[in-house]
Design a protein around this ligand. Sequence first.
Ligand code: SF4
Ligand code: SF4
Length: 460
Amino acid sequence: MKNESISISNPDKGKLNSTEKFSVALIAIGLLILVLSSLNVKLNNNVYLPISLISLLVGMVIFARQKYLNDLPGIKNNGVWFNSLSSRGIIGWTVGIILTSFYIIIYWFPSLLGLGENGNANTGLVALFDPLSLALNGKVASQWFVYGTLYTLCITGLGYKFILKYRHNRYQIIRTIVVIISQFFLAYLIPEIMEGLNSDQAYFAKDVKNMWPLNYYFFDSWHIDNMKNGGTMGMIYLVWGIVLFLFVTPIITYFVGKRWYCSFVCGCGGLAETAGDSFRHLSSKKVSAWKFERYSIHAILVFVFIMTGAVLYNYFTNTSTIFGLDTYTWLRQPYGFLIGAAFSGVIGVGFYPLLGSRVWCRFGCPLAAYMGIFQRFKSKFRITTNGGQCISCGNCSNSCEMGIDVRAYAQKGENIVRASCVGCGICSAVCPRGVLKLENAEEENRINSNPIAIGNNSIK
Ligand code: SF4
Ligand code: SF4
């Protein structure tokens, strides 16, 4: 799909009108304040934090309205393979490097952001967020409060852009409203306010929509003890976490597929769908990527099962080793570093502009792997294709963030039953012929005798 071999010009020249320039200036002001505070330039945090956050949000809203409301509703992927940001050009690489660096700093070098350690006051970027943190939970900010606030801001502002872009499709509007509400209230505002009211219970509220094995520390001894000592709320959370994994997730996935979590509730998915939308087409559609995906995601699922089994064994036997090896050193610590931080955070989001928006969901998330097994073999969810109407335009394959070559299925009129499909529905939303439908219907034979032979290469 790269442009070298085809002689068409960029249909989206990228020229900005004056209102768009104004919105870009607002976004630049918001970012400039964040950068200046990171460089320890002395600012009045009470004044500049709201200016920064409001500038960013209003800038995103105005830009989205200008870009999409002045045009007819419908498919809006003009120029994605020509734009430097969305086609791994110089801007894309620059953004990727900045994002990756930000994640490395936030995980391992938070003092560079100004986190006050050993009782010292915050400085720099973290101090900029102190007023908001104090207002919500009564404590000064941590690097995770800064991260959570910016994360929520991105999902809200870019979620609004997403709604306008796909406003011709009701499923996308509903889905994105749920994503924004879920992030803003369940993952951010309510837990922060609860922390100010009663810090013990807020701890559980923060994780109420995360579940094991995505939340891999759920069965760590400190976490189990916290839940046991957390009164009624703690015990509810413990039981809910187990029931959610063992019963609720398989049952809902049976009826509607894994989309209920991956495309409506999950914070990682929420960011991928909103902030990552401009990069969804960068996912590899190669068969080799599909093969790698199946090895990597299931290997991580096995890893998390083994690690959790060892951790629980240690908890109930009051030991710290298994087969003579220290569980923390050999299992828990490597998983936290390699998978929990490096893969899900640094690569998962930092590499959006290079590898697409769902790298973590596709290649790494153990919860996605778990739900994918049900979706593949025991679920009513599938995407049906009306092959006779397909004009092989490739919009669907191009837009699939999970690297599924949707067009290959459509050309054969074959239902799409894939473990990795997150049910985002974008393939259906961008199809000009109404070929694709996300359906929950009666179960059918889901075991394809030769799934790889369907091909994953039609995008070429
Ligand atoms: S299914 Fe629709 S979007 Fe996909 S190739 Fe066919 S006509 Fe194009
Ligand atoms: S096949 Fe369609 S619904 Fe599934 S992940 Fe790809 S674009 Fe989304």
